[in-house]
Design a protein around this ligand. Structure first.
Ligand code: FNR
Length: 377
């Protein structure tokens, strides 16, 4: 169907499904075990009510904000997700082109299907990218990658270190699809291909994780990282208020290192029944609200509507990421499909803000939501 006839993210996903390979669909769609976290990531937003105010001039609503000091057109960003070219040859560069009209940032996966040099080659001026790092067992490979990113600092403004998946989750849909095709999937950007024999079974996720380190700690990994980059660090995959507190404490002790955390359960693809990020955000508000003033708190997982984005912003998130939505957009129509996906979400955010009585992002606050049903548990 023509892209303009697709009106919401479910329709984009449905349009993408028949256009991508079975293997691609299975890899993107899959999540850990019974996929409870994946479905809960989205369902939880239904339990948060909005509290619209009336008699407010809402002829204009602006989504402009700043992230890590960079001006962006919208707090909506693209989460790092591996292997965009499985869906469409436009790949990660196509996602960049698709979101360029809206001014949001894009985090590139360590396991991207294009190199960082290729991705930024045609990027619009001012486009903010982040590089997501999976630390490799052979640290020299990660160090080489950090050197490449340092050379691209005009584009890459931070390193997002992923912590929620030291090992991949058990993604049965992905594994099942791969039983039929056995072909080995390689990312373009990571210097892994050195002739070592890698396992062929276990799904795309497990193949990509091969060589990834599971021995990261607060005390060893962050000092090592600081030796190899001076870009700000964003810790991705925080799932409890305890770890959010530790991150803020680390940030206070080491200025210039950790600048933000991303509350995320990896789109439900790591530990099943891990909490939706919005839960963790509510925990932080209750137990250690000072975290929100110390570092930026971003959030991802389960975003399907503009109202989801606005609710997260109201509860203190500075930025809100989408993973699968961008990939489904790409699958539905290459870069134009991504453009349509963001057009839909941005339109819904605009409508939501106007109906809520908020003129800009800084207006959004907890007074606009009732999250009691989610806070209760
Ligand atoms: C991911 N995600 C991910 N995260 C990461 O840090 N590095 C990665 O390489 C990937 N790869 C990846 C591939 C695919 C196909 C998906 C769907 C996800 C997780 C991603 O960054 C993000 O946390 C979730 O996708 C957010 O949930 P939604 O928006 O997909 O519901």
């Amino acid at each position: 169907p023509p892209l303009h006839t697709l009106l919401n993210l479910d329709e984009i996903e449905a349009a993408a499904k028949p256009q991508v390979s079975k293997k691609c669909w299975a890899y993107y769609y899959s999540a850990g075990d019974d996929m409870f976290s994946k479905s809960n990531n989205n369902a939880v937003y239904r339990d948060i009510l909005l509290r619209p105010r009336v008699f407010i001039d809402c002829t204009q609503a602006s989504t402009e904000t700043t992230l890590l000091g960079h001006k962006v057109g919208t707090p909506l960003y693209v989460s790092p997700a591996a292997m965009a070219r499985l869906a469409h040859p436009d790949g990660e560069a196509g996602i960049a082109k698709g979101i360029s009209r809206f001014g949001g940032m894009q985090v590139i996966s360590n396991n991207a299907s294009m190199t960082p040099e290729q991705i930024v080659a045609d990027a619009p001026p001012g486009q903010v990218f982040g590089w997501q790092l999976y630390v490799q067992n052979d640290r020299r490979k990660s160090e080489a990658m950090l050197r490449r990113i340092n050379k691209l600092r005009d584009h890459f403004k931070f390193i997002a270190l992923t912590l929620d998946a030291p090992v991949p989750g058990k993604r049965e849909i992905d594994e099942k699809a791969n039983l039929e095709s056995q072909a080995i999937v390689e990312s373009a950007s990571n210097e892994k291909s050195d002739g070592e024999k890698r396992p062929s079974g276990g799904g795309v996720g497990q193949q990509l994780f091969w060589g990834t380190a599971a021995d990261l700690t607060w005390h060893t990994t962050l000092p090592w990282l600081a030796e190899h980059t001076d870009l700000p660090i964003v810790l991705k995959g925080v799932q409890t208020h305890e770890d959010a507190y530790l991150a803020a404490q680390y940030a206070r002790k080491h200025p210039g290192s950790v600048k933000a955390i991303i509350l995320s359960n990896h789109g439900g693809r790591a530990l099943d029944t891990a909490p939706p990020a919005i839960h963790t955000l509510l925990e932080i508000r209750k137990h250690c609200p000072e975290v929100l003033d110390t570092i930026e708190v971003w959030i991802d997982g389960g975003i399907k509507r503009g109202t989801d984005v606005v609710k997260a912003l109201c509860l203190g998130a500075k930025a809100v990421g989408v993973g699968r939505a961008a990939l489904w957009g790409l699958g539905a129509g290459g870069w134009k499909g991504v453009d349509r996906t963001f057009e839909i979400l941005q339109g819904e955010i605009d409508t939501c803000m106007k109906l809520l009585g908020a003129k800009n992002v800084s207006d959004l606050g907890p007074r606009f939501v009732n999250a009691r049903k989610v806070e209760r548990d």
